[in-house]
Ligand binder design. Structure first.
Ligand code: M6R
Length: 614
Protein backbone atom coordinates (compact mmCIF):
# COMPACT_ATOMS: atom_id res chain seq x y z
CA UNK A 1 0.00 0.00 0.00
CA UNK A 2 2.97 2.30 0.34
CA UNK A 3 5.57 3.12 -2.28
CA UNK A 4 9.26 2.33 -1.97
CA UNK A 5 12.08 3.77 -4.07
CA UNK A 6 15.85 3.30 -3.86
CA UNK A 7 18.94 4.09 -5.85
CA UNK A 8 22.59 3.08 -5.82
CA UNK A 9 25.03 4.17 -8.53
CA UNK A 10 27.09 7.13 -9.63
CA UNK A 11 24.32 9.75 -9.96
CA UNK A 12 22.87 11.82 -7.15
CA UNK A 13 20.24 9.68 -5.49
CA UNK A 14 18.00 12.49 -4.19
CA UNK A 15 16.40 13.67 -7.47
CA UNK A 16 15.90 10.11 -8.68
CA UNK A 17 14.21 9.10 -5.43
CA UNK A 18 12.03 12.22 -5.22
CA UNK A 19 10.90 11.80 -8.81
CA UNK A 20 10.23 8.11 -8.20
CA UNK A 21 8.19 8.91 -5.09
CA UNK A 22 6.08 11.33 -7.10
CA UNK A 23 5.29 8.53 -9.53
CA UNK A 24 4.44 6.13 -6.72
CA UNK A 25 2.37 8.63 -4.79
CA UNK A 26 -0.78 6.90 -6.08
CA UNK A 27 0.11 4.10 -3.64
CA UNK A 28 -0.29 6.31 -0.59
CA UNK A 29 0.17 9.95 0.26
CA UNK A 30 -0.14 10.30 4.04
CA UNK A 31 3.55 11.03 4.48
CA UNK A 32 6.85 10.87 2.63
CA UNK A 33 10.50 10.47 3.54
CA UNK A 34 13.98 9.85 2.28
CA UNK A 35 17.29 8.82 3.79
CA UNK A 36 20.64 9.23 2.08
CA UNK A 37 23.55 7.06 3.12
CA UNK A 38 26.94 8.79 3.48
CA UNK A 39 29.98 6.87 4.73
CA UNK A 40 29.45 6.67 8.49
CA UNK A 41 26.43 8.96 8.61
CA UNK A 42 23.07 9.60 7.04
CA UNK A 43 20.67 12.40 6.16
CA UNK A 44 17.07 11.60 7.09
CA UNK A 45 14.20 13.89 6.04
CA UNK A 46 10.59 12.90 6.52
CA UNK A 47 7.28 14.60 6.91
CA UNK A 48 3.57 14.18 7.17
CA UNK A 49 1.95 15.09 3.86
CA UNK A 50 2.92 14.67 0.26
CA UNK A 51 6.13 14.36 -1.69
CA UNK A 52 5.84 18.11 -2.42
CA UNK A 53 6.04 18.72 1.37
CA UNK A 54 9.11 16.52 1.55
CA UNK A 55 10.76 18.53 -1.21
CA UNK A 56 9.91 21.72 0.65
CA UNK A 57 11.49 20.35 3.81
CA UNK A 58 14.61 19.28 1.90
CA UNK A 59 15.28 22.75 0.45
CA UNK A 60 18.66 24.23 1.30
CA UNK A 61 20.20 20.93 2.39
CA UNK A 62 23.33 19.50 0.83
CA UNK A 63 21.98 16.23 -0.63
CA UNK A 64 24.59 14.76 -2.90
CA UNK A 65 24.87 11.11 -1.81
CA UNK A 66 24.60 8.48 -4.52
CA UNK A 67 22.80 5.89 -2.44
CA UNK A 68 19.46 6.29 -0.70
CA UNK A 69 15.95 4.99 -0.10
CA UNK A 70 12.58 6.76 0.05
CA UNK A 71 8.98 6.06 0.94
CA UNK A 72 5.49 7.37 0.39
CA UNK A 73 3.03 6.10 2.96
CA UNK A 74 -0.55 4.96 3.29
CA UNK A 75 -0.88 4.72 7.05
CA UNK A 76 -1.73 1.38 8.66
CA UNK A 77 -0.08 1.45 12.09
CA UNK A 78 -0.03 4.85 13.72
CA UNK A 79 -1.55 8.10 12.51
CA UNK A 80 0.07 9.98 9.66
CA UNK A 81 2.59 12.28 11.37
CA UNK A 82 6.30 13.05 11.06
CA UNK A 83 7.40 10.44 13.59
CA UNK A 84 5.43 7.58 12.05
CA UNK A 85 6.73 8.46 8.58
CA UNK A 86 9.34 6.28 6.92
CA UNK A 87 12.29 5.73 6.68
CA UNK A 88 12.78 4.35 10.19
CA UNK A 89 16.11 4.10 11.92
CA UNK A 90 17.23 1.49 14.43
CA UNK A 91 18.16 2.64 17.95
CA UNK A 92 21.84 2.90 17.10
CA UNK A 93 20.93 5.00 14.03
CA UNK A 94 22.73 2.62 11.71
CA UNK A 95 19.96 0.60 10.14
CA UNK A 96 17.69 2.56 7.77
CA UNK A 97 14.52 0.91 6.57
CA UNK A 98 11.47 1.56 4.38
CA UNK A 99 8.58 -0.89 4.45
CA UNK A 100 5.38 -1.52 2.49
CA UNK A 101 3.03 -4.01 4.19
CA UNK A 102 2.15 -5.11 7.69
CA UNK A 103 4.16 -6.95 10.33
CA UNK A 104 1.35 -8.81 12.06
CA UNK A 105 3.38 -10.02 15.04
CA UNK A 106 5.05 -6.67 15.69
CA UNK A 107 3.66 -6.40 19.21
CA UNK A 108 5.30 -9.53 20.71
CA UNK A 109 8.49 -8.64 18.82
CA UNK A 110 8.37 -5.12 20.27
CA UNK A 111 7.88 -6.43 23.82
CA UNK A 112 10.83 -8.75 23.36
CA UNK A 113 13.03 -5.97 21.97
CA UNK A 114 12.04 -3.69 24.85
CA UNK A 115 13.24 -6.39 27.23
CA UNK A 116 16.59 -6.24 25.44
CA UNK A 117 16.67 -2.48 26.08
CA UNK A 118 15.36 -1.13 22.76
CA UNK A 119 13.20 1.98 22.78
CA UNK A 120 10.66 3.10 20.18
CA UNK A 121 9.81 6.54 18.88
CA UNK A 122 6.93 5.67 16.59
CA UNK A 123 3.79 3.55 16.74
CA UNK A 124 4.75 1.68 13.58
CA UNK A 125 5.39 -2.00 12.99
CA UNK A 126 8.22 -0.99 10.64
CA UNK A 127 10.40 0.55 13.37
CA UNK A 128 10.21 -2.81 15.15
CA UNK A 129 11.70 -4.48 12.09
CA UNK A 130 14.52 -1.92 11.87
CA UNK A 131 15.44 -2.66 15.48
CA UNK A 132 15.13 -6.40 15.02
CA UNK A 133 17.67 -6.16 12.20
CA UNK A 134 19.99 -4.14 14.44
CA UNK A 135 19.52 -6.72 17.18
CA UNK A 136 20.62 -9.62 14.97
CA UNK A 137 23.37 -7.61 13.35
CA UNK A 138 25.07 -6.66 16.59
CA UNK A 139 24.28 -9.76 18.66
CA UNK A 140 25.45 -12.26 16.06
CA UNK A 141 27.90 -9.97 14.28
CA UNK A 142 26.17 -10.65 10.98
CA UNK A 143 26.38 -9.02 7.58
CA UNK A 144 23.43 -6.77 6.68
CA UNK A 145 22.04 -9.47 4.38
CA UNK A 146 22.19 -12.10 7.09
CA UNK A 147 20.75 -9.81 9.74
CA UNK A 148 17.82 -8.94 7.46
CA UNK A 149 17.29 -12.63 6.70
CA UNK A 150 17.35 -13.60 10.38
CA UNK A 151 14.90 -10.83 11.22
CA UNK A 152 12.50 -11.70 8.41
CA UNK A 153 12.42 -15.30 9.55
CA UNK A 154 10.93 -14.01 12.84
CA UNK A 155 8.29 -11.93 11.11
CA UNK A 156 4.68 -12.86 10.30
CA UNK A 157 2.99 -10.60 7.78
CA UNK A 158 3.48 -9.00 4.42
CA UNK A 159 6.32 -6.80 3.31
CA UNK A 160 8.45 -5.26 0.68
CA UNK A 161 11.45 -3.63 2.36
CA UNK A 162 14.63 -1.82 1.44
CA UNK A 163 17.34 -1.59 4.09
CA UNK A 164 20.69 0.18 4.34
CA UNK A 165 23.40 0.17 6.99
CA UNK A 166 25.55 3.26 7.40
CA UNK A 167 28.57 1.07 8.00
CA UNK A 168 28.50 0.54 4.24
CA UNK A 169 27.39 3.08 1.68
CA UNK A 170 27.72 0.53 -1.10
CA UNK A 171 24.84 -1.79 -0.36
CA UNK A 172 21.03 -1.98 -0.20
CA UNK A 173 19.22 -5.15 0.87
CA UNK A 174 15.64 -5.68 -0.30
CA UNK A 175 13.06 -8.40 0.33
CA UNK A 176 9.48 -9.21 -0.55
CA UNK A 177 6.62 -11.27 0.79
CA UNK A 178 3.18 -10.30 -0.41
CA UNK A 179 4.05 -6.75 -1.52
CA UNK A 180 5.69 -6.05 -4.88
CA UNK A 181 9.31 -5.07 -5.40
CA UNK A 182 11.20 -4.48 -8.64
CA UNK A 183 14.92 -3.94 -9.18
CA UNK A 184 15.93 -1.93 -12.25
CA UNK A 185 19.28 -2.98 -13.70
CA UNK A 186 21.24 -0.10 -15.21
CA UNK A 187 24.84 0.02 -16.26
CA UNK A 188 26.73 0.15 -12.95
CA UNK A 189 23.61 1.41 -11.18
CA UNK A 190 20.51 -0.09 -9.64
CA UNK A 191 17.01 1.19 -8.97
CA UNK A 192 14.53 -0.19 -6.49
CA UNK A 193 10.82 0.48 -6.59
CA UNK A 194 7.37 -0.89 -5.81
CA UNK A 195 6.67 -0.83 -9.53
CA UNK A 196 8.87 0.00 -12.47
CA UNK A 197 7.53 3.52 -13.09
CA UNK A 198 10.30 5.32 -11.13
CA UNK A 199 13.02 3.94 -13.39
CA UNK A 200 11.51 3.48 -16.88
CA UNK A 201 13.61 6.27 -18.35
CA UNK A 202 16.85 4.73 -17.04
CA UNK A 203 16.57 1.06 -17.92
CA UNK A 204 14.26 -1.51 -19.54
CA UNK A 205 15.68 -4.47 -17.60
CA UNK A 206 14.14 -5.42 -14.30
CA UNK A 207 14.03 -8.23 -11.79
CA UNK A 208 10.69 -8.69 -10.03
CA UNK A 209 11.39 -10.43 -6.74
CA UNK A 210 9.20 -13.44 -6.03
CA UNK A 211 7.46 -13.86 -2.70
CA UNK A 212 9.92 -15.16 -0.11
CA UNK A 213 12.98 -13.78 -1.92
CA UNK A 214 15.51 -11.15 -0.91
CA UNK A 215 18.33 -9.50 -2.83
CA UNK A 216 21.66 -7.95 -1.96
CA UNK A 217 22.41 -5.04 -4.27
CA UNK A 218 26.03 -3.96 -4.08
CA UNK A 219 27.64 -1.17 -6.06
CA UNK A 220 29.54 -2.57 -9.05
CA UNK A 221 28.49 -6.18 -8.42
CA UNK A 222 25.82 -8.59 -9.66
CA UNK A 223 22.55 -8.61 -7.77
CA UNK A 224 22.41 -11.69 -5.53
CA UNK A 225 18.92 -13.11 -5.00
CA UNK A 226 18.26 -15.74 -2.33
CA UNK A 227 15.40 -17.39 -0.50
CA UNK A 228 14.63 -15.78 2.85
CA UNK A 229 13.88 -19.19 4.27
CA UNK A 230 16.69 -21.62 3.59
CA UNK A 231 19.16 -19.10 2.13
CA UNK A 232 19.33 -20.85 -1.23
CA UNK A 233 20.71 -18.64 -4.03
CA UNK A 234 18.34 -18.36 -6.99
CA UNK A 235 18.96 -17.05 -10.45
CA UNK A 236 16.39 -14.34 -11.14
CA UNK A 237 14.57 -13.85 -14.44
CA UNK A 238 15.36 -10.50 -16.05
CA UNK A 239 12.25 -9.03 -17.63
CA UNK A 240 12.08 -6.42 -20.33
CA UNK A 241 9.78 -3.57 -19.33
CA UNK A 242 6.89 -2.92 -21.68
CA UNK A 243 5.91 0.53 -20.40
CA UNK A 244 7.24 3.83 -21.69
CA UNK A 245 7.63 7.20 -19.99
CA UNK A 246 4.71 8.73 -21.94
CA UNK A 247 2.33 6.20 -20.39
CA UNK A 248 3.05 7.36 -16.87
CA UNK A 249 2.94 11.09 -17.56
CA UNK A 250 -0.13 13.31 -17.78
CA UNK A 251 0.37 14.12 -21.46
CA UNK A 252 -1.12 17.60 -21.26
CA UNK A 253 -4.18 16.68 -19.19
CA UNK A 254 -4.82 18.38 -15.89
CA UNK A 255 -5.27 15.08 -14.08
CA UNK A 256 -4.37 11.45 -14.68
CA UNK A 257 -8.03 10.55 -14.24
CA UNK A 258 -9.09 12.75 -17.16
CA UNK A 259 -6.26 11.39 -19.28
CA UNK A 260 -7.28 7.84 -18.44
CA UNK A 261 -10.97 8.49 -19.17
CA UNK A 262 -10.00 9.84 -22.56
CA UNK A 263 -7.65 6.96 -23.27
CA UNK A 264 -10.50 4.44 -23.24
CA UNK A 265 -11.08 4.15 -26.99
CA UNK A 266 -7.44 3.09 -27.24
CA UNK A 267 -7.26 0.96 -24.09
CA UNK A 268 -10.36 -1.02 -25.12
CA UNK A 269 -8.92 -1.51 -28.59
CA UNK A 270 -5.58 -2.60 -27.09
CA UNK A 271 -7.43 -5.09 -24.90
CA UNK A 272 -9.18 -6.57 -27.96
CA UNK A 273 -6.12 -6.43 -30.21
CA UNK A 274 -5.02 -9.87 -31.44
CA UNK A 275 -7.96 -11.45 -29.63
CA UNK A 276 -11.04 -10.32 -31.50
CA UNK A 277 -10.81 -11.42 -35.11
CA UNK A 278 -14.35 -11.22 -36.51
CA UNK A 279 -13.18 -11.60 -40.12
CA UNK A 280 -11.85 -15.00 -39.22
CA UNK A 281 -14.94 -15.68 -37.14
CA UNK A 282 -13.03 -16.21 -33.95
CA UNK A 283 -11.87 -14.88 -30.62
CA UNK A 284 -8.35 -15.94 -29.80
CA UNK A 285 -7.68 -16.26 -26.08
CA UNK A 286 -4.97 -18.74 -25.24
CA UNK A 287 -5.74 -18.69 -21.52
CA UNK A 288 -9.30 -19.86 -22.17
CA UNK A 289 -8.56 -22.15 -25.10
CA UNK A 290 -5.75 -24.03 -23.37
CA UNK A 291 -8.05 -24.75 -20.44
CA UNK A 292 -11.40 -24.97 -22.23
CA UNK A 293 -12.27 -28.30 -20.61
CA UNK A 294 -12.06 -26.66 -17.19
CA UNK A 295 -14.58 -24.03 -18.29
CA UNK A 296 -16.91 -26.41 -20.13
CA UNK A 297 -16.94 -28.89 -17.27
CA UNK A 298 -17.33 -26.19 -14.64
CA UNK A 299 -20.56 -26.53 -12.66
CA UNK A 300 -20.19 -22.85 -11.89
CA UNK A 301 -17.82 -19.94 -12.17
CA UNK A 302 -17.10 -17.86 -9.08
CA UNK A 303 -15.81 -14.34 -9.65
CA UNK A 304 -13.93 -12.72 -6.75
CA UNK A 305 -12.87 -9.07 -6.67
CA UNK A 306 -13.09 -5.80 -4.75
CA UNK A 307 -14.40 -2.31 -5.54
CA UNK A 308 -14.64 -1.39 -9.18
CA UNK A 309 -13.30 -4.79 -10.22
CA UNK A 310 -16.21 -6.36 -8.33
CA UNK A 311 -18.59 -4.21 -10.36
CA UNK A 312 -16.94 -5.52 -13.53
CA UNK A 313 -17.48 -9.02 -12.13
CA UNK A 314 -21.22 -8.33 -11.79
CA UNK A 315 -21.41 -7.40 -15.46
CA UNK A 316 -19.35 -10.55 -16.17
CA UNK A 317 -22.03 -12.61 -14.43
CA UNK A 318 -24.72 -11.26 -16.76
CA UNK A 319 -22.51 -11.78 -19.82
CA UNK A 320 -21.34 -15.31 -19.07
CA UNK A 321 -24.78 -16.51 -18.02
CA UNK A 322 -26.35 -14.93 -21.11
CA UNK A 323 -23.84 -16.07 -23.72
CA UNK A 324 -22.49 -19.31 -22.28
CA UNK A 325 -25.27 -20.37 -19.87
CA UNK A 326 -22.74 -21.29 -17.17
CA UNK A 327 -23.92 -20.33 -13.66
CA UNK A 328 -21.85 -17.52 -12.18
CA UNK A 329 -21.57 -16.22 -8.62
CA UNK A 330 -19.85 -12.93 -7.85
CA UNK A 331 -18.31 -12.50 -4.42
CA UNK A 332 -16.58 -9.73 -2.55
CA UNK A 333 -13.13 -11.25 -2.05
CA UNK A 334 -13.04 -9.91 1.51
CA UNK A 335 -16.21 -11.84 2.44
CA UNK A 336 -15.44 -14.94 0.44
CA UNK A 337 -12.09 -15.52 2.12
CA UNK A 338 -13.55 -15.58 5.62
CA UNK A 339 -16.86 -17.35 5.21
CA UNK A 340 -15.76 -20.92 4.69
CA UNK A 341 -17.18 -21.04 1.15
CA UNK A 342 -18.01 -24.31 -0.56
CA UNK A 343 -15.47 -24.70 -3.33
CA UNK A 344 -15.33 -27.79 -5.51
CA UNK A 345 -12.59 -29.11 -7.75
CA UNK A 346 -14.76 -28.48 -10.79
CA UNK A 347 -15.30 -24.83 -9.94
CA UNK A 348 -13.54 -22.16 -11.94
CA UNK A 349 -12.63 -19.12 -9.85
CA UNK A 350 -11.92 -15.90 -11.74
CA UNK A 351 -10.15 -13.09 -9.90
CA UNK A 352 -10.43 -9.59 -11.34
CA UNK A 353 -7.92 -6.98 -10.22
CA UNK A 354 -6.40 -3.94 -11.87
CA UNK A 355 -3.33 -3.91 -9.64
CA UNK A 356 -3.06 -7.67 -9.19
CA UNK A 357 -1.98 -6.91 -5.61
CA UNK A 358 -5.26 -6.49 -3.70
CA UNK A 359 -4.75 -8.42 -0.46
CA UNK A 360 -8.31 -9.72 -0.11
CA UNK A 361 -8.50 -10.89 -3.72
CA UNK A 362 -5.14 -12.58 -3.37
CA UNK A 363 -6.23 -14.36 -0.19
CA UNK A 364 -9.53 -15.46 -1.77
CA UNK A 365 -7.60 -16.94 -4.68
CA UNK A 366 -5.18 -18.77 -2.43
CA UNK A 367 -8.12 -20.28 -0.59
CA UNK A 368 -9.73 -21.42 -3.85
CA UNK A 369 -6.44 -22.81 -5.08
CA UNK A 370 -5.89 -24.77 -1.85
CA UNK A 371 -9.35 -26.30 -2.29
CA UNK A 372 -8.42 -27.46 -5.77
CA UNK A 373 -10.39 -25.03 -7.94
CA UNK A 374 -8.99 -23.89 -11.27
CA UNK A 375 -8.08 -20.23 -10.89
CA UNK A 376 -8.06 -17.65 -13.66
CA UNK A 377 -6.89 -14.04 -13.45
CA UNK A 378 -7.97 -10.85 -15.17
CA UNK A 379 -5.27 -8.36 -14.19
CA UNK A 380 -3.85 -5.18 -15.63
CA UNK A 381 -0.38 -5.33 -14.10
CA UNK A 382 1.94 -7.86 -15.67
CA UNK A 383 4.09 -9.65 -13.09
CA UNK A 384 1.68 -8.82 -10.26
CA UNK A 385 1.07 -11.27 -7.41
CA UNK A 386 -2.38 -12.33 -8.62
CA UNK A 387 -1.18 -12.76 -12.19
CA UNK A 388 1.56 -15.05 -10.93
CA UNK A 389 -0.62 -17.10 -8.64
CA UNK A 390 -3.33 -17.99 -11.15
CA UNK A 391 -3.33 -21.15 -13.29
CA UNK A 392 -4.08 -19.06 -16.37
CA UNK A 393 -5.46 -15.66 -17.24
CA UNK A 394 -5.98 -12.77 -19.61
CA UNK A 395 -4.33 -9.42 -19.09
CA UNK A 396 -6.27 -6.25 -19.67
CA UNK A 397 -4.05 -4.05 -21.78
CA UNK A 398 -5.26 -0.76 -20.35
CA UNK A 399 -1.73 0.52 -19.69
CA UNK A 400 -0.67 1.96 -16.33
CA UNK A 401 -3.61 3.43 -14.42
CA UNK A 402 -2.31 6.12 -12.09
CA UNK A 403 -5.48 7.92 -10.97
CA UNK A 404 -6.73 6.25 -7.81
CA UNK A 405 -10.26 6.10 -9.24
CA UNK A 406 -10.37 3.22 -11.65
CA UNK A 407 -11.67 4.17 -15.11
CA UNK A 408 -9.93 2.65 -18.10
CA UNK A 409 -9.12 -0.52 -16.15
CA UNK A 410 -12.87 -1.02 -15.58
CA UNK A 411 -13.83 -0.81 -19.25
CA UNK A 412 -10.86 -3.03 -20.16
CA UNK A 413 -12.12 -5.59 -17.61
CA UNK A 414 -15.57 -5.42 -19.19
CA UNK A 415 -13.96 -5.98 -22.58
CA UNK A 416 -12.08 -9.08 -21.44
CA UNK A 417 -15.18 -10.49 -19.74
CA UNK A 418 -17.20 -9.91 -22.92
CA UNK A 419 -14.57 -11.73 -24.98
CA UNK A 420 -14.52 -14.64 -22.53
CA UNK A 421 -18.32 -14.91 -22.46
CA UNK A 422 -18.57 -14.79 -26.24
CA UNK A 423 -15.82 -17.34 -26.69
CA UNK A 424 -17.33 -19.76 -24.19
CA UNK A 425 -20.81 -19.30 -25.65
CA UNK A 426 -19.57 -19.89 -29.16
CA UNK A 427 -17.70 -23.05 -28.27
CA UNK A 428 -20.23 -24.65 -25.98
CA UNK A 429 -22.93 -24.10 -28.57
CA UNK A 430 -25.10 -21.67 -26.64
CA UNK A 431 -24.58 -18.87 -29.13
CA UNK A 432 -25.57 -19.43 -32.73
CA UNK A 433 -22.78 -18.70 -35.19
CA UNK A 434 -24.86 -15.90 -36.61
CA UNK A 435 -25.40 -14.14 -33.29
CA UNK A 436 -21.81 -14.73 -32.25
CA UNK A 437 -20.46 -13.18 -35.44
CA UNK A 438 -22.78 -10.23 -35.29
CA UNK A 439 -21.84 -9.54 -31.66
CA UNK A 440 -18.13 -9.82 -32.53
CA UNK A 441 -18.51 -7.26 -35.30
CA UNK A 442 -20.40 -4.95 -33.01
CA UNK A 443 -17.79 -5.30 -30.27
CA UNK A 444 -15.08 -4.38 -32.75
CA UNK A 445 -16.84 -1.03 -33.18
CA UNK A 446 -17.12 -0.23 -29.47
CA UNK A 447 -13.91 1.87 -29.24
CA UNK A 448 -15.38 4.25 -31.85
CA UNK A 449 -18.63 4.46 -29.90
CA UNK A 450 -16.67 5.23 -26.71
CA UNK A 451 -15.00 8.05 -28.63
CA UNK A 452 -18.49 9.38 -29.41
CA UNK A 453 -19.65 9.00 -25.81
CA UNK A 454 -16.73 11.19 -24.75
CA UNK A 455 -18.15 14.01 -26.88
CA UNK A 456 -20.81 14.67 -24.22
CA UNK A 457 -18.16 16.31 -22.05
CA UNK A 458 -19.61 19.83 -22.33
CA UNK A 459 -23.15 19.00 -21.27
CA UNK A 460 -21.72 16.86 -18.47
CA UNK A 461 -19.70 19.86 -17.25
CA UNK A 462 -22.90 21.91 -17.23
CA UNK A 463 -24.68 19.23 -15.18
CA UNK A 464 -21.70 19.03 -12.82
CA UNK A 465 -21.86 22.80 -12.21
CA UNK A 466 -25.55 22.49 -11.36
CA UNK A 467 -25.23 19.59 -8.90
CA UNK A 468 -21.74 20.02 -7.47
CA UNK A 469 -23.03 21.17 -4.09
CA UNK A 470 -25.41 18.25 -3.59
CA UNK A 471 -24.86 16.24 -0.45
CA UNK A 472 -26.36 13.02 -1.79
CA UNK A 473 -26.98 11.33 -5.10
CA UNK A 474 -28.79 8.20 -6.22
CA UNK A 475 -27.74 6.09 -9.20
CA UNK A 476 -30.28 3.71 -10.71
CA UNK A 477 -30.02 1.11 -13.44
CA UNK A 478 -31.47 -2.27 -14.34
CA UNK A 479 -30.07 -5.48 -15.76
CA UNK A 480 -26.61 -4.93 -17.21
CA UNK A 481 -26.71 -1.36 -16.00
CA UNK A 482 -27.37 -2.09 -12.36
CA UNK A 483 -23.59 -2.65 -11.92
CA UNK A 484 -23.03 0.54 -13.95
CA UNK A 485 -25.13 2.39 -11.37
CA UNK A 486 -23.00 0.94 -8.56
CA UNK A 487 -19.85 1.97 -10.36
CA UNK A 488 -21.16 5.50 -11.04
CA UNK A 489 -21.97 5.95 -7.35
CA UNK A 490 -18.57 4.63 -6.25
CA UNK A 491 -16.80 7.01 -8.63
CA UNK A 492 -18.71 10.01 -7.31
CA UNK A 493 -18.21 9.23 -3.64
CA UNK A 494 -14.55 8.32 -3.82
CA UNK A 495 -13.37 11.46 -5.56
CA UNK A 496 -15.92 14.15 -4.67
CA UNK A 497 -16.87 12.91 -1.16
CA UNK A 498 -20.57 13.26 -1.99
CA UNK A 499 -22.61 10.46 -0.48
CA UNK A 500 -23.91 8.37 -3.37
CA UNK A 501 -25.72 5.04 -3.61
CA UNK A 502 -26.31 2.75 -6.56
CA UNK A 503 -29.47 0.66 -6.74
CA UNK A 504 -31.31 -1.60 -9.14
CA UNK A 505 -33.98 0.85 -10.32
CA UNK A 506 -36.86 -1.40 -9.26
CA UNK A 507 -35.53 -1.62 -5.69
CA UNK A 508 -36.04 2.10 -5.26
CA UNK A 509 -39.60 1.67 -4.09
CA UNK A 510 -38.45 -0.71 -1.36
CA UNK A 511 -36.78 2.05 0.62
CA UNK A 512 -34.59 4.61 -1.17
CA UNK A 513 -37.63 6.37 -2.63
CA UNK A 514 -38.10 7.90 0.83
CA UNK A 515 -34.98 9.97 0.18
CA UNK A 516 -36.28 11.62 -2.95
CA UNK A 517 -37.16 15.29 -2.76
CA UNK A 518 -36.48 18.34 -4.89
CA UNK A 519 -32.83 18.39 -3.80
CA UNK A 520 -31.96 14.83 -4.70
CA UNK A 521 -30.18 14.28 -8.02
CA UNK A 522 -31.04 10.84 -9.38
CA UNK A 523 -28.83 9.59 -12.16
CA UNK A 524 -30.76 7.01 -14.17
CA UNK A 525 -29.10 4.78 -16.75
CA UNK A 526 -31.83 4.27 -19.32
CA UNK A 527 -30.53 3.06 -22.69
CA UNK A 528 -33.17 2.09 -25.23
CA UNK A 529 -32.44 -1.66 -25.07
CA UNK A 530 -33.17 -4.03 -22.21
CA UNK A 531 -35.67 -2.94 -19.58
CA UNK A 532 -36.26 0.49 -21.04
CA UNK A 533 -40.01 0.67 -20.40
CA UNK A 534 -39.59 -0.41 -16.80
CA UNK A 535 -36.89 2.20 -16.24
CA UNK A 536 -39.14 4.86 -17.77
CA UNK A 537 -41.77 3.91 -15.14
CA UNK A 538 -39.13 4.30 -12.43
CA UNK A 539 -38.27 7.74 -13.81
CA UNK A 540 -41.97 8.69 -13.59
CA UNK A 541 -41.95 7.64 -9.94
CA UNK A 542 -38.97 9.91 -9.24
CA UNK A 543 -40.49 12.79 -11.15
CA UNK A 544 -43.75 12.64 -9.24
CA UNK A 545 -41.72 13.05 -6.05
CA UNK A 546 -39.89 16.06 -7.51
CA UNK A 547 -36.48 14.37 -7.71
CA UNK A 548 -34.01 15.84 -10.17
CA UNK A 549 -33.43 13.42 -13.03
CA UNK A 550 -30.20 13.14 -14.98
CA UNK A 551 -30.67 10.36 -17.50
CA UNK A 552 -28.13 8.53 -19.60
CA UNK A 553 -30.06 7.64 -22.74
CA UNK A 554 -29.55 6.26 -26.21
CA UNK A 555 -29.03 8.99 -28.78
CA UNK A 556 -32.30 10.18 -30.29
CA UNK A 557 -34.38 9.20 -27.26
CA UNK A 558 -37.41 11.48 -26.85
CA UNK A 559 -39.47 9.77 -24.16
CA UNK A 560 -36.98 10.17 -21.32
CA UNK A 561 -35.90 13.59 -22.60
CA UNK A 562 -39.42 14.83 -21.87
CA UNK A 563 -39.24 13.61 -18.29
CA UNK A 564 -35.67 14.32 -17.31
CA UNK A 565 -34.01 17.55 -16.15
CA UNK A 566 -30.93 16.63 -18.17
CA UNK A 567 -30.11 13.89 -20.61
CA UNK A 568 -26.71 12.62 -21.65
CA UNK A 569 -26.72 10.66 -24.88
CA UNK A 570 -24.67 7.58 -25.60
CA UNK A 571 -24.55 5.78 -28.97
CA UNK A 572 -26.94 2.92 -29.63
CA UNK A 573 -25.56 -0.58 -28.99
CA UNK A 574 -26.66 -4.03 -27.82
CA UNK A 575 -27.69 -4.14 -24.20
CA UNK A 576 -24.76 -6.44 -23.37
CA UNK A 577 -22.24 -3.75 -24.37
CA UNK A 578 -24.10 -0.81 -22.90
CA UNK A 579 -22.22 -0.77 -19.52
CA UNK A 580 -19.02 0.09 -21.42
CA UNK A 581 -20.67 3.12 -23.01
CA UNK A 582 -22.89 4.20 -20.11
CA UNK A 583 -20.00 4.27 -17.66
CA UNK A 584 -18.15 6.96 -19.68
CA UNK A 585 -20.49 9.89 -18.85
CA UNK A 586 -20.64 8.77 -15.22
CA UNK A 587 -16.84 8.90 -14.99
CA UNK A 588 -16.83 12.38 -16.52
CA UNK A 589 -19.61 13.58 -14.22
CA UNK A 590 -17.69 12.48 -11.10
CA UNK A 591 -14.52 13.99 -12.45
CA UNK A 592 -16.00 17.43 -13.16
CA UNK A 593 -17.91 17.56 -9.88
CA UNK A 594 -14.76 16.66 -7.94
CA UNK A 595 -12.70 19.29 -9.78
CA UNK A 596 -15.38 21.95 -9.15
CA UNK A 597 -15.42 21.05 -5.46
CA UNK A 598 -11.67 21.52 -5.34
CA UNK A 599 -10.99 17.86 -4.44
CA UNK A 600 -7.73 16.11 -5.23
CA UNK A 601 -9.05 13.97 -8.06
CA UNK A 602 -6.05 11.72 -8.57
CA UNK A 603 -5.32 11.22 -4.90
CA UNK A 604 -8.60 11.21 -2.99
CA UNK A 605 -8.35 11.37 0.78
CA UNK A 606 -7.83 8.15 2.74
CA UNK A 607 -7.46 6.04 -0.41
CA UNK A 608 -4.62 4.35 -2.22
CA UNK A 609 -4.43 2.73 -5.60
CA UNK A 610 -3.63 -0.79 -4.54
CA UNK A 611 -4.94 -2.10 -1.26
CA UNK A 612 -2.31 -4.55 -0.13
CA UNK A 613 -3.64 -4.76 3.42
CA UNK A 614 -6.91 -6.35 4.43
O1 M6R B 1 -6.50 -3.33 -8.04
P1 M6R B 1 -7.88 -3.85 -7.83
O2 M6R B 1 -8.72 -3.84 -9.04
O3 M6R B 1 -7.89 -5.22 -7.19
O4 M6R B 1 -8.53 -2.84 -6.80
C1 M6R B 1 -9.81 -3.06 -6.26
C2 M6R B 1 -10.33 -1.80 -5.63
O5 M6R B 1 -9.51 -1.39 -4.58
C3 M6R B 1 -10.46 -0.65 -6.62
O6 M6R B 1 -11.23 -1.00 -7.72
C4 M6R B 1 -11.08 0.59 -5.94
O7 M6R B 1 -12.40 0.34 -5.62
C5 M6R B 1 -10.93 1.81 -6.85
N1 M6R B 1 -10.44 2.93 -6.11
C6 M6R B 1 -12.21 2.21 -7.48
O8 M6R B 1 -12.08 3.33 -8.29
Amino acid sequence: MCGIVGYIGAREAYPIIINGLRRLEYRGYDSAGIVLNYPGSNELIKTKGKVADLEEKSKGKQLNANIGIGHTRWATHGEPNDVNSHPHLSNDGRIMLVHNGIIENYEPLKIQLKEYGFTFESETDSEVLANLIQYFKSKENLSLTEAVRYALNEVVGAYAIAVMDNESSDEIVVARLGSPLAIGLGEDEFFIASDASPFVEFTKDAIYLEDGEMATITRGEEVIVRKIEGNEIVSPAIQELQIGLEQIEKGGYEHFMLKEINEQPKSILDTMRGRLLPEEGLIRMAGIWDHKEKFYNAKRIIIVACGTSWHAGLVGEYLIEEFARIPVEVEYASEFRYRNPIINKDDVVIAISQSGETADTLAALKLAKDKGAFIYGICNVVGSSIARLTDAGSFTHAGPEIGVASTKAFTAQLTVLTLIALKLGNHNGNLTTERYRSLCYELMNIPQLVEKALESNDIIKEIAAKYKDSENALYLGRGYNFPTALEGALKLKEISYIHAEGYPAAEMKHGPIALIDENMPVIVIAPKKGHYDKVVSNIQEIKSRKGKIIAVVTEGDVQVRDLADYVIEIPDCSEEFSPILATIPLQLLSYHIAVMRGANVDQPRNLAKSVTVE
